[in-house]
Design a protein around this ligand. Structure first.
Ligand code: NDP
Length: 279
């Protein structure tokens, strides 16, 4: 089974559009404000995609585009101004920030109640404690894909490869919350092939083209490929050797068209959830 992220994302967007209508009927249009600093071309593409997705479901989207010369104090001042603005439900500071700016201090300054990415330490803590809070979008999207594929993590051995703050760590916590037996692998893991071979669920979030060999995958496993890598021929590929893994897996996400579309869809979900909490 190929898990079709585009189709699930379309379904999620339709759900969000319905929720937006409901909020509008109560006189409230949810609003997402994106802050972009500098002219990183990839960031410009991501922000454009996020704003377009907002517009499609009726979320008001505003972008603040600041020059690369913006100081830490100026950026902090903008974040504080957005924290205080009641028309702003979600604040997203697009990363990476230009060199010289302290990302961590900026993210910590965002009101946790408007932290649409779920990166604020209070929200990370809430996730650890199983309390409601905005969930980081990519792992949140992976959980939805697993559910749509009929894969209940309960009692399964789940392997998360990667331990970043934005994907690997929150992913492991969300799988644990759903009662999987979770292992986190990373660059110092001694025998990655053996870890993959015994996993019922594999989530690869590494950033290395096709490094997870298809032959490592346990027959019948569910494989979720978060990786987005460019091959020398310019084509996109994941962290998993797709064709060989697909022969053994019960279900697998393609790249592109798997996790990618879900990340933006879950950003919309988080924005509406934050607006609901504040209404
Ligand atoms: P990071 O670079 O922050 O983290 C990569 C992780 O992979 C690290 O924990 C690292 O281990 C681990 N790793 C590196 N080499 C190996 C190895 N040889 N064996 C095992 N583990 C290894 O990346 P992100 O988490 O931000 O992103 C991961 C991938 O997911 C990237 O390709 C990114 O583009 C993609 N991505 C896709 C998204 C989407 O929407 N589809 C959204 C976000 C990311 P260590 O900690 O030891 O260094």
């Amino acid at each position: 089974m190929i898990i079709d992220g585009k189709q699930v994302a379309a379904q999620v967007r339709a759900e969000v559009a319905a929720a937006v209508k409901e909020l509008e009927a109560r006189g409230r249009t949810p609003g997402l404000t994106v802050v972009r600093v500098g002219d990183d071309p990839a960031s410009a593409v991501y922000v454009r995609g996020k704003r377009k997705a907002c517009e499609e479901v009726g979320i008001r989207s505003v972008e603040h585009h600041l020059p690369a010369t913006t100081s830490q104090a100026e950026l902090l001042a903008l974040v504080r101004q957005l924290n205080a603005d009641p028309s702003v439900d979600g604040i997203l500071v697009q990363l990476p920030l230009p060199k010289g700016l302290d990302e961590s201090e900026i993210l910590d300054a965002i009101d946790p109640g408007k932290d649409v990415d779920g990166f604020h330490p209070l929200n990370v803590g809430a996730l650890c404690l199983g309390k409601p809070a905005p969930r980081p979008c990519t792992p949140h999207g992976v959980m939805r894909l697993l559910a749509e594929a009929g894969c209940d993590p309960k009692g399964k051995r789940a392997l998360v490869i990667g331990r970043s703050h934005i994907v690997g760590k929150p992913m492991a916590l969300m799988l644990l919350e759903k009662h999987a037996t979770v292992t986190i692998a990373h660059s110092r893991t001694a025998d990655l092939a053996a870890e993959v071979a015994r996993a019922d669920i594999v989530v690869a979030a590494i950033g290395k083209a096709e490094m997870i060999r298809g032959e490592w995958v346990k027959p019948g496993a569910v494989v979720i490929d978060v990786g987005m890598n460019r091959k020398p021929d310019g084509k996109l590929c994941g962290d998993v050797e797709y064709a060989a893994a697909a022969e053994r897996a019960a279900a697998i996400t393609p790249v592109p068209g798997g996790v990618g579309p879900m990340t933006i869809a879950m950003l919309l979900v988080n924005t509406v959830e934050l607006a609901r909490t504040r209404t």
